[in-house]
Design a protein around this ligand. Structure first.
Ligand code: TEU
Length: 583
């Protein structure tokens, strides 16, 4: 049996193969746009709220809807256009809500349906759209469907899940992303094994069954009728499966996603979802995951195919998940490659962080007190000036950092605990393992929002469900609000700039000097408007020689007070980020 961390290694190998396997495609990195199809979900910046950690209104230590309502003005002040909120449905919370027991009910931790409606109206009144997280690759084992499915093979809900009848013998081995024991578990009452791609408590739903699909569309319609504007489809590339459940053969690491999901039928289901929900309700959908390559990704978001509107891929997330970090050349290569592939057709999300990764500044910037402000500003400049829809994870508009959690006792995340058990069982060097977990764990990104310098950073008046980062007195909203040079105000300037300059949304992208070891330089161009983006990814000053420097007209944004342009040479200070308009 291949253990979980071996699997993680395989995934990393896949990513590396993808990076280097496609190098020949990057010879020509100029992209062109073919007419503008203006859409709110392309132009806006999306802000992700992890509701459990945003703001607690009732002192129980968990963030809730009323806490979010209290902060609507703050959210509006960011200049973002849409919210994506992580799941808040009824759930046993085995995976913090990614295990849904009732898709139409609110978990009491977050409030009531009335609270939800008031919060939604608060967003609508401010012109902010709302994107719901739809977790329908799997449900919770406490969902009524699964509870009834367990009772008998004759129950109609039995066919809502994937089963292996025990009389056929042991099921073929299947990896699970959260369970070292594998992806099948036995149920005595119906003498069958059920499949779970994630935890044991997250049985996979059977998308090959039209009745199940119809139930999901009804759930989406229920929320669309309440006024939500979009859906994020969780782990969706796994939804359609080969129901002979073939074993994962050695040497097929590259095909991991194809092997377990991404069947051709997925496109039919998405097309059906489009006809049933997306088009009639005028909503949009974004899939977590973009399949196993450009072809899959294109098919998912090709407007002519009427499936999804946006996809997000993980190529650059993998490169930063270990303390060894990444090379700037890889970073440029991945973004340029994906941009080129989508220059004619389709649309991507641009993100560097979310609830499944440690903090942005730790992975891609420099969290030291000296550089965290400028390096976060530089990364936010990148996110908001690249082609695609920027996704900003809450707290990254402040430069919130990883929390130091050196011992396993503090971890509550199913993924972290599973990895720990597996490492222990394999006799790994646990000191090294804990260092890696401390750096890469997604729990780093789930600590409470830092509002001010009062106790618990103003997140709660009770005991927070997760310890607040001890740096909250140095990094918080109150401190940054009135400081024109703060990460927060730089973020606000960037969202504003993106609204004012359509070139930052739709302009073509061209990478300049791809070999430069410290500076990421690119242009965006739309009709007569031309913008030069210069980002120093290093803690040292650096300079670059560009013919474009001679045609600079205006500085649009700069995270330092000055720029240093001499002829065709531009010098940048550590982590300096500048946008120039040029002829
Ligand atoms: O994540 C899907 C996914 O691909 C995970 O492997 C993810 O990379 C992993 O959680 C990182 O530790 C989605 C959600 O975003 C995640 O929070 C859920 O835990 C998961 O689905 C199961 O629903």
């Amino acid at each position: 049996m291949i253990k979980r961390n071996v699997l993680a290694h395989l995934i990393l190998t896949v990513l590396l193969l993808l990076f280097f396997g496609c190098k020949e495609q990057q010879k020509e990195e100029v992209s062109t746009s073919s007419g503008i199809d203006r859409q709110w979900w392309k132009e806006g910046t999306l802000y992700q709220i992890y509701p459990q950690s945003f703001k607690d209104s009732n002192g129980d230590g968990f963030g809730d809807f009323r806490g979010i309502i209290e902060e609507l003005d703050y959210i509006e002040s960011l200049g973002i256009s849409a919210i994506w909120m992580n799941p808040f449905f009824k759930s046993p919370l085995v995976d913090n809500g990614y295990d849904v027991a009732d898709y139409r009910a609110i978990h009491p931790r977050y409030g009531t349906m009335e609270d939800f409606e008031e919060m939604l109206k608060g967003f609508q009144d401010r012109g902010i759209k709302f994107v719901l997280d739809v977790v329908v690759n799997h449900s919770s084992d406490e969902h009524e469907w699964f509870q009834k499915a367990k009772t008998s093979r004759d129950h109609k809900y039995y066919k809502y899940f994937h089963w292996w009848p025990a009389e056929k013998g042991d099921p073929p081995h299947r990896h699970s992303l959260f369970d070292t024991e594998g992806g099948w578990d036995y149920v005595a009452s119906n003498n069958s094994y059920y499949l779970h791609t994630f935890a044991e408590a997250q049985p996979d739903l059977n998308w090959e069954n039209p009745e199940l699909r119809s139930e999901v569309y009804d759930i989406m319609k229920f929320w669309a009728e309440k006024g939500v504007n979009g859906f994020r489809l969780d782990a969706f590339q796994f939804a359609s499966k080969d129901t002979t459940y073939p074993e994962f053969p050695e040497g097929h690491e590259k095909d991991f996603i194809k092997w377990y999901g991404m069947r051709p039928e997925l496109h039919d289901y998405l097309n059906e979802m489009y006809t049933e929900v997306i088009e009639p309700y005028n909503v949009f959908a974004v899939a977590e995951g973009a399949g196993s390559g450009f072809e899959d990704a294109h098919d998912l978001v090709d407007a002519n195919r009427k499936e999804l509107q946006v996809a997000y891929h993980f190529d650059y997330v993998g490169m930063s998940s270990t303390p060894e970090r990444y090379e700037l050349s890889q970073f440029k290569e991945v973004f340029s490659r994906w941009d080129k592939a989508f220059s004619e057709n389709g649309w991507l999300a641009i993100f560097l962080s979310n609830h499944d990764n440690s903090r942005l500044v730790n992975r891609f910037g420099n969290p030291s007190p000296e550089f965290r402000t400028v390096s976060t500003q530089m990364l936010n400049t990148f996110l908001l000036s690249m082609r695609g829809t920027p996704y900003t994870y809450f707290g990254d508009e402040l430069g919130m950092t990883n929390i130091d959690m050196p011992t396993i006792e503090e971890y509550v995340d199913i993924s972290a605990i599973g990895e720990y058990k597996s490492a222990l069982a394999q006799g790994k060097d646990m000191v090294e393992f804990m260092e890696r977990l401390n750096y890469g764990s997604r729990e780093n990104a789930r600590t409470p929002m830092q509002w001010n310098d009062t106790e618990n950073a103003g997140f709660t008046e009770g005991k927070p469900w997760k310890r607040v980062n001890s740096n909250y007195k140095q990094i918080n909203v109150a401190l940054q609000n009135n400081d024109p040079n703060s990460v927060l105000n730089h973020f606000r300037k960037m969202t504003q700039l993106r609204k004012e300059h359509l070139v930052l949304v739709y302009g073509t992208y061209q990478l300049l000097q791809k070999e430069h070891p410290e500076i990421y330089a690119f242009t965006r161009m739309l009709d007569q408007e031309k913008v030069l983006v210069l980002l120093n990814f290093s803690s040292e000053a650096s300079s670059i020689t560009l013919p474009e420097a001679a045609s600079i007209q205006e500085t649009l944004i700069n995270n330092y007070n000055s720029t240093n342009v001499k002829g065709d040479s531009i010098s940048l200070l550590p982590y300096q980020a500048v946008l120039f308009k040029f002829n």
